[in-house]
Design a protein around this ligand. Sequence first.
Ligand code: NDP
Length: 253
Amino acid sequence: MSYDNLSGRTAVVTGAASGIGAAVALRLAARGARVALLARRADRLETVVEKIRAGGGQALAVVADVTDDASVRAAADAVHEAFATVDLVVNNAGVMLPHPVDDGRLDEWQRMIDTNVTGVLRVLRAFTGDLVAAAAEGRTADLVNVSSIGAHVVFPTYAVYGATKAAVTQLSQVLRAEFGPRDVRVTNVEPGLTETELADHIDSDELREQIDGMLGTTGRLAAEDVADLVGYVTSRPRHVNLRQVVVLPTRQV
Ligand code: NDP
């Protein structure tokens, strides 16, 4: 089998309605995986699914909210019914709401923690059995968590977002110790500034302009650049695990 070939693999990608998740779903499908796309916006998921099918790929849209236990469980049932056991999970759904801590936006903190951290855990719980079972059968099995360079680098006012991503990075690190001995690979991806809809949810013109200013200085990655990386790490030979990948626009230091 070619190392570039993901045919025979079955993937779940969360946050696949836009940005990095949509690009990852397209890339995995283009490499031959069948892909279940999870997010809350049905219409946006369907658009990506149609693109995959138009290219000859196999895809399924599953409306799911990672902040809701029952929704994630129902999504897992739908994926299992359509595709049976999953062997590639990309935990990508996330939100970034960067008001300064002085503003005391508990609503934003809770939303980020529930989506970026607990959401990742809900998805993990739903598909851990699949990954372990797939690996036990001799298949390649991957858990890919999309963290952020914000897990390491200080961006003023991004304290809580950075903390959620630091949690994802540490989670990935420790999970390798649990999963590696059972042949399940864990990869933590830390992108830098990437052109997506992530900043659209910020309800402050000033904070959005701050991001535009940063992008003007550093340039930005395309979502496809990050997707390319996910396609690469998941198509390595089974005994090779890229555990931590940082990908930045060249001018972002
Ligand atoms: P987007 O806003 O374009 O994508 C976020 C995705 O997550 C959407 O598909 C959205 O779909 C989904 N999502 C949000 N909340 C939920 C929820 N509760 N349940 C299910 N799905 C949800 O931004 P990005 O592509 O940039 O974000 C993807 C990941 O990349 C995030 O984890 C982000 O933190 C990370 N990242 C992004 C960087 C950047 O510069 N853009 C840099 C570093 C990391 P829907 O609204 O339909 O649910």
